[in-house]
Design a protein around this ligand. Sequence first.
Ligand SMILES: [Zn+2]
Length: 223
Amino acid sequence: MHNRASTYTCLSFHPLCLPITSLPPPVFPRASTYTCLSFHPLCLPITSLPPPVFPAGILQPPFYHPAFPRSLNYGGIGVVIGHEITHGFDDRGRQFDKNGNLQQWWTPSDVSQFYQRASCMLDQYGEYEVDEVGLKINPVNTLGENIADNAGIKISYQAYQNWRKNNEETVMLPYVNLTHDQLFFLNFGQIWCEINSPEAMLTKIRSGQHSPNRFRQLSVVLE
Ligand SMILES: [Zn+2]
């Protein structure tokens, strides 16, 4: 039965974030019995409190490589990790309590301040137009992802600065005369490279939860 969504922390609402053993109803905690085919590490029963899980497939360039300077890794997989953690506190994640139940646990004042701040992102993203299809981004559908994008890069950049307080980069990129702060943002830009057909872009705009990648990249560093 899939009528127990409130007991999951599948914040992406990915249709595949459902228990494989749907008959009988799920037993907790059994993280391994879930089919979360997206990269959402939070698609796990919160009661098991596992560390975030990232499929091995994402641990490769441009997101991560053990030989990369840390600046590239923080600008890549670091941003993704920050993004996923933030989903626990976005417009959907905030509605779940510590046990993964859909339950209001914030004070009314917290909720009101949350939406006050979130409305800035609604305004910001609602202005972005995707020229090739002549449509604007749906800022409501994409709000949770936009929140996670904005917080994810801040978290990772701060984590990188913290790491550098006690460590030094030992790997330099040959032929690239950029500082490590610049490399952080260079790789952040690289992870969002994509090409879409107009049809795919239309689908993304009409029903996607993510903003098109060019806006996922530019909006968080320009605004
Ligand atoms: Zn996300």
